[in-house]
Design a binder for this molecule. Structure first.
Ligand code: SF4
Ligand code: SF4
Ligand code: SF4
Length: 296
């Protein structure tokens, strides 16, 4: 019998939901024999949940109705996978947590031109929660699939393994192990942007770019660093890092040793990288009671 799959999109950008389509032919082969989408608003028009074998959830929870839907989904789903950084840690969507609801409304609505009344804090279109929370704030999660969005090979591995009732392979190492850039141990001062194209064969960290590959879980095939973009850590902390008590201190020590730069200097540059450290690494620190074996 085919496994019944669902895919739902809460507060996120839709990127994780669309990543399923990147599976291409592989997805069609699975749909031929092994899986059936029973709820997937991007592809099928269905309003109610039926029994679900494997539920994939994108996005964090920012609205009360999302919370209710998530709880309903959990009751119907045998296995629930938090899919992407927003569902796992809050991700990009949680950057709004840095501001009050009033500040968010004032900022967004001041940019909108519309006829008639706009939603306001007093009369919102949806009832909002005070903060955007990852989904395990509300329900139990069986697997955490980090990435922004999750890399296609990792998603494919999870989908086919769970379909065959196997445990998915875990990626426990770091992005550097998938990156063919040469580490030469050059001591270049760390900087956010250097205003020039990087040398194509040399480790980005050695060239002074802030690349988080040495602390980030692998699985993506170093897709960013191999195209010249530093890793921003979207796969979250590696197993080694996750097990450290002082996660943020360990990040600084690793990068300081790797770069030959003073820890204080590294801290200064990292303090500026709100995306990576607030939305993934620091959220991860708060929620490290999660079983590491659930991280794929
Ligand atoms: S994890 Fe990234 S791709 Fe997925 S919903 Fe969040 S912002 Fe979009
Ligand atoms: S630090 Fe970045 S560029 Fe250097 S080897 Fe690791 S992933 Fe590649
Ligand atoms: S290289 Fe880093 S930022 Fe890019 S996909 Fe991999 S983990 Fe994410």
């Amino acid at each position: 019998m085919k496994k019944r799959i669902s895919n739902i999109w809460f507060t996120g950008c839709g990127g994780c939901t669309h990543t399923f389509l990147d599976l291409g032919e592989g997805l069609f082969s699975l749909m031929d024999k092994d899986v059936e989408f029973v709820y997937y608003p991007l592809l099928i028009d269905k309003r109610e949940f039926e029994e679900i074998d494997i539920a994939f959830v994108e996005g964090g929870i920012r609205r009360k109705d999302e919370e209710r839907t998530l709880r309903k989904l959990r009751k119907k789903a045998t296995t629930l996978v938090a899919c992407g950084m927003c569902a796992v840690d809050g991700g990009v969507s949680s950057l709004g947590n840095l501001y009050s609801l009033k500040e968010l409304y004032d900022t967004i609505m001041s940019r909108v031109e519309a006829i008639g009344k706009l939603p306001s804090l007093e009369k919102p279109m949806f009832e909002l929660t005070e903060l955007l929370e990852p989904i395990d704030f509300y329900v139990d999660v069986d697997y955490y699939l980090r990435g922004c969005p999750p890399p296609q090979p990792v998603l494919g591995n999870v989908l086919s393994s769970l379909t065959e009732e196997r445990e998915p392979n875990r990626f426990t190492s770091i992005v550097c192990h998938e990156c063919s850039r040469k580490i030469i141990g050059r001591k270049t001062p760390l900087s956010r942007g250097l205003g020039r194209a990087p040398d194509p064969g040399v480790c980005l960290l050695d060239q002074g770019y802030l690349c988080l590959g040495s602390i980030t879980r692998n699985g993506c095939g170093a897709v960013c660093t191999l195209s010249g973009m530093p890793c921003i850590g979207c796969r979250g902390p590696s197993d080694y890092l996750y097990k450290r008590d002082d996660l943020s201190g360990t990040v600084v020590r690793i990068l300081s040793a790797r770069m030959g730069q003073a820890e204080k200097k590294v801290e200064e540059v990292l303090g500026d990288v709100i995306f990576a450290f607030y939305s993934s690494i620091f959220r991860g620190e708060i929620s490290r009671t999660r079983e590491i074996s659930k991280f794929i």
